[in-house]
Every structure is written in structure tokens, then in C-alpha cells.
Design a binder for this molecule. Sequence first.
Ligand code: FCB
Length: 481
Amino acid sequence: MSTTNPPNESPPRSFPADFLWGTATASYQIEGAVDVDGRGPSIWDTYSHQPGAVWNGDTGDIACDHYHRMDQDLDLMKELGVGSYRFSVAWPRVQPDGKGPANQAGLDFYRRLVDGLLKREIEPTLTLYHWDLPQPIEDEGGWCARDSVERFGEYVDIVARALGDSVERWITLNEPWCSAWLGYGAGRHAPGVKDIGKAVAATHHLLLAHGTALPILRSAIPDAKVGITLNLGVSRPGTTHELDLAAARRADGNLNRIFLDPVFKGHYPEDMLDHYKANLPGFSVVQDGDMDVIAQPLDFLGVNYYFPGTIMDSTRVKEARAAGYGVPIGEQFPDLRVLSLETPGTDTTSMGWEVDASGLTELLVRVKNDYTELPIYITENGAAFDDYVDPNGHVLDHDRVSYLEEHISAVHDAIKADVNVQGYFVWSLLDNFEWSYGYSRRFGIVWVDFPTGTRLPKASFSWYANTIRNNALTYSTSGGD
Ligand code: FCB
């Protein structure tokens, strides 16, 4: 892609000199090799093999075959010019049974990965848990059972000792909301359970696992920088009616405050405690001392952002339609009584997610005002579109370039508003296994031809490489080709 600015250029939006540009993936979504070198089964192996669980019957058995193509992927990252690569370690590669001694072959794979990154001057950013819970732990109750917390601590200790000399930036959990609420509440992710009470228990145990990991990491790696990655959003009321304001607040409580309050304030939000106590078995799993474990100091917060939400009370379907919103059928969590609305006329990605970068700036300012001035990394942001290889052999994914440009610009706005954002990671390096959507949704800046595993950088790859090289958004693509 040309580095010359078009005539209608807008002023360059430069980033701080030490801003960290990166890209992200997760183990189950890219590695494949599910039964190689002693890896045990995870809940995603079990779930994806259940008929009807994943679109088209897709599984992560082969995925991008990154396990065997790691060097090629490392070279792509070198070409891209990223300062950091965020990947996750598959717990069942390290402890095939979810407990007991380490599987050395599994650790060796991540050692090769980390060494390969450092050789290419790319900093590793290691996520300890991106959803692939060892199946034997699930068989004993999974995240609904308190024992899983101790299991996680043992696993973290093994990984910290094995890789702590070479990895500085550690993320305990990726998006515990998804693990708990999609996995145990909505049944749309592994292990496919639909029980709100269990989702509440899983929420608490995941947060406790996060807190339990902190002293383990700090004692094994004194210089470690440790954080947690949350999928946060903005929850905008669809009207100013008091019922809709209250509904938006409940949605915010479930998605954002139920995680942010414990981590940064040491307690669950009162309204959510009341909600889940009044409606469900609730937070009966919280024991004395737990909140202190959860609220230990961090070095940074990881934020994943994709789209904003517009919310009304679930009794107000007629009013929502009258206000011009699209009303999806079926509520994910009936106890919450919220409608998540579609705003006609707004662009959407192929996930059906609305494209609105202003939500990212709004969210970052809110995190700073209400919770923390710690460094923030945007640990995931990106979009799926219906990409294709054109007759000239190119993937001209201009929609993705626009999406990235708008969202990186929104990060720039947040920095101007004094939010301490120190880095940005594109989701994702590669097209990959998009959970219950299988391979039908492509998020990569590199196209993967799944039958052959061939990689092909898309136009967004060159655009992002250029942005990284300039450490700036040099021109706007919006309204362009
Ligand atoms: C996030 C997940 C990530 C990916 C993106 C699209 O919720 O953390 O693995 O699937 O969504």
C-alpha cells in the first residue's frame, strides 16, 4: 500500500513514542494438533464435537495448524512489525489431566514460541486462560466448583516457572464474562450449560482464580507485569424512560461492573448482588477473604472492545419498535429483562455487530473515571467481514481497514482525553476458529485457506504494517474505497 497521503488527508494522528502495537490469537482457535505431544482434551474439544454445537460441525482439531506452522506465523509477525504478540497457553497441553506434573512437550512448544518471538524482537504477551479448560476439571464441576481455583493456581505456577525468565507481560484470564455467561449461562460456548445460578458461581470462581494467580506470578517472576483482560462495553439506554435507564444499568452491571467492581473496588455491585440473590441461588459461593484475594493490585488492565449496546426494558417491545429499533427475538438472560436492540442504518460486521468506534472512547474514559488510571492495553479489537480472494489473488478487505482505522482513532481520542492507553492489539493475526461460528467468520488480517493452511496477508495487513511503521494514522480511509 502506498505511504503517500491522498489529497484529502487529515492531520496525522501520532501515538506516544513507546506505544505498543500488537496482534492477538488464542490457543484453541489456531493451534490444531489437539492430540499431539501429550495434549489432553479441553471443554472446547468436547463441545465442538457435539452435533449442532458449532456451525457446520467445525472443530479446532486442525484450525490454522499453527502448532506445525509456528515459524511461518512468526515471520509474518516480523513482517507486520508488531512490538508484541498476544497468545494464550493451552492448559491441557501443559497439564493434560488438569492436575499433576507438567507435560514437558507442551511446555517446549511455548518455549519455542517465546524464543522465536524474542529472536524477532517481538515481546510476548501471554494469556494463561483463553477458555480451553481441561475436560477432567469440567467433569468435576468446572468453574462452578471451587476446586478449579486451586487447580488453576497449580497450572499458573508451572507456566510461570517454565517461561517467567522470558515473558514479562502476563494476562491471567481472557474475558471471564464469556467463560461464565456464554459457557454456563447461555449455553452458547463450552461447556454448553444453561443455568444462570451456575454462571454466577463461575463468575466468582474465575475472579478468585485470577486473584489466586497474582501472588504465584509475582513470587515466580519478580518483574512480571500482570493484568486481566475483560470484554467491556457501553450499554446505552434506547430511550430516557426510567424502565429503559434501569434496564441499561442492569446490562452494564452484568457485563462490566460485576467484574470491574470486585477487581478494582473489592466488592460486587450492590444492585447485582440483590438481583442474583433475589432471583437466583446468587453469590452464596463467596467466602470470607475472597474479595481481598480478587482485589489485589494489578499492573495493567486489558480491554477487549468490539461493539456498543443499545438497551431497553424487555416489557417494552412495542415501544422499542415504535422508536425505530430492530428487536431481536429471544433474550439471552431472561432474568435480566433487557432487550439488546439493533439500530437501523448502522453498519454491521458479519457477526451482526454494530460498528461504532465512539463506544470505545466512551468506555475508556469511563474506566478511567470510575475505576483506574493504570495502563490500559486494548488487548483485542477487530472485525469479521465476508472476505474473499479476488481473481488477482488479493484479499482487499477495505471494510476491515475502515473498522480498524476508526477504532484506532477512537483510542487516539481517549489518549487525548488523558486515558492511559499504552497499546493496541488487533484481533486477529489469522482467520481462525471463531468459537460457535466455526470457520464461517474471518477476523484475520491474514487470510487462511483452511483446506491447505496457506496464509495470504490481506490489504489490512499492509495497512496495519504502515500504521505501525508511522506510529500514526496518517490518513483517513472513511468514505474512501
Ligand atoms: C472475543 C474472544 C476472541 C475472539 C473475538 C472475536 O470475545 O476473546 O477469542 O473470538 O471475540
